[in-house]
Write a protein that binds this ligand. Structure first.
Ligand code: SAM
Length: 486
């Protein structure tokens, strides 16, 4: 028997998406965008090249409507104008795809084709595939309500593996009214190199897949930051001891309620990050970086009602009015926003509204667990894996750098803020505001990465063996005190 043939992946090859839960959209004439390109035979690039209005908006030209007619170069998905690629067997990551010619930065490589399905169907299938023991995941996100499943039907795009330092990326294009996903080169790729993109924003797999990409800055897991990772993960199954975060050493600067579910709630409240589909535990997250030098504090409080859906970040009145802060008059909205962010640096993240009848209950419950703080070093040390420990500490370092960056920026822009204050102007310059927003986002991202790494490692790597089997009550208290500091 030909064992190679037996091993070869079984799937149906398609070059266009198939629609499982709805019909394919037919582009209406009034929706057709017509570009202004004119074909010039001396300059073939004039036919829908980089300057084409449709190319600039990631939309393909509609045949029969493009002024460049048959010379139009902006129908790559429709005409399957793929780069030459070759399937090969990787070590430890199943099959992969490599460049079978030199590929230029920005070049369209291949479409990720599959069955277009609703999120609900994606979730159902993901669970069914797991039950069937399929270890490769082929479901990626398409848009706010749909995914593409290339498990049974797909193009060669389904074989492109993940890398934390990828040479490709996914881009979404509007093709005749439907969104399609293409894999594009991020850089020049020489023939023979493996193609890889970052699954982070596309992943619909579970939490347990260790990344073997080998990149220096490997994040450790496949799709660790994706919405799918959170939606489909089993990290937070209630009553499942294996996956609770109770064992993460947390110290409590305010009250002594056990810190259970603090991280869970932090994650569940990030827009698009549902926890097993349960989204009703909605609350605000207050990150208090003023205590970041040793460990980061994050408290969780519910709000009565947050009108907008989705993420909004805005400053809240600082709880600590330092002398430094009082020196600033409160007459400038933009400045006081920056100031309150800086002096106490509280960020208010409130993604969804809480049903009125729930809010009282949550108010009471979460009042008690504000100000929980993760002792990152102790958390890392309690894990058995050195690799996991190093990963957590690396993320902590990155978070500290980002915090430092924000502090330095504040010192840098302080004169500009004071100058505006003196002139009673309404706002600081856009460039100052932009810098501030960028540094703040970097810091938030670094914090998110750190907690994400802690949670994943606690879920997926064993803890160091517990101290004595039957500790005396005082020994047990001692051990716990080691993890819980004040
Ligand atoms: C879209 S498929 C890629 C093709 C797959 N290697 C195959 O043999 O069909 C995604 C799956 O490939 C594997 N994979 C991809 N990138 C990986 C990586 N960096 N580390 C470990 N496994 C990876 C995982 O099993 C993942 O579920």
């Amino acid at each position: 028997m030909d064992t190679h043939a037996e091993e070869f992946p079984q799937y149906i090859h398609i070059t266009q998406n198939e629609f499982f839960t709805r019909r394919h959209v037919k582009q209406k004439e009034e929706d057709i965008a017509i570009c202004e390109c004119k074909y010039d035979d001396i300059d073939p690039d004039s036919a829908c090249g980089d300057g084409c209005l449709n190319v600039l908006t990631n939309s393909e030209c509609t045949p029969g409507y493009c002024p460049c007619d048959v010379f139009c170069k902006n129908q790559r998905f429709q005409k399957c104008e793929y780069a030459k690629t070759k399937l090969f067997k990787t070590e430890g990551r199943g099959w992969g795809l490599l460049a079978d010619e030199n590929i230029k930065a920005g070049q369209f490589i291949i479409e990720y084709c599959g069955e277009v399905i609703s999120w609900k169907e994606a979730k159902r299938r993901a669970q069914a595939y797991e039950t069937q023991g399929l270890k490769d995941v082929f479901i990626i996100y398409l848009n706010a309500s749909e995914s593409i499943d290339a498990t049974r039907k797909g193009s060669l795009g389904r074989f492109i593996n993940h890398s934390c330092q990828p040479n490709c990326e996914t881009r979404k294009w509007n093709v005749l009214g439907e969104i399609r996903v293409g894999i594009f080169a991020k850089q020049d790729i020489p023939v023979g190199d493996e193609l890889a993109y970052d699954y982070n924003f596309e992943w619909f797999g579970g939490a347990k897949v260790r990344c073997l990409c080998g990149a220096a800055k490997c994040s450790g897991f496949l799709g660790a930051k994706s919405r799918g990772f959170q939606a489909n993960t089993y990290l937070w199954e209630d009553d499942d001891e294996r996956y609770t975060v109770e064992k993460i050493p947390v110290y409590d600067s305010a009250e002594d309620e056990p810190p259970s579910k603090v991280l869970r709630n932090l994650y569940s409240d990030i827009p698009g990050m549902q926890v097993n589909g349960k989204t009703e535990h909605s609350m605000d997250v207050i990150i208090k970086p003023e205590q970041l030098s040793e460990s980061t504090a994050f408290g969780i409080q519910p709000v009565g009602s947050v009108s907008e859906k989705g993420l909004h970040i805005n400053s809240i009145k600082s709880e600590m009015e330092s002398d430094d802060m009082k020196a600033f008059p409160q007459n400038n909205a933009m400045i006081s926003r920056i100031r309150s962010n800086t002096a106490a640096r509280n960020y208010h993240i409130g993604p969804r509204s809480i049903p009125a009848k729930k809010s009282k209950k949550y108010n009471e419950r979460f009042k008690k667990i504000t100000q929980k703080q993760v002792d990152v070093k102790a958390a890392a040390e309690s894990l058995a894996s050195k690799e996991a420990q190093e990963e957590i500490l690396r993320y902590e370092e990155m978070k500290n750098e980002a915090t430092c960056g924000l502090d330095n920026l504040y010192n840098e822009i302080r004169p500009a803020i004071e100058e505006h204050e003196r002139d009673s102007q309404d706002s600081v310059s856009t460039s100052v505001a932009e810098k501030w927003i960028e540094a703040s986002c970097l810091k938030l991202k670094a914090e998110f990465d750190l907690y994400s790494s802690i949670v994943q490692n606690f879920a997926c790597t064993p803890l160091k063996p517990r101290v004595p089997a039957k500790p005396s009550p005082s020994a047990q208290v001692d051990h716990e005190n080691k993890l819980l500091t004040n």
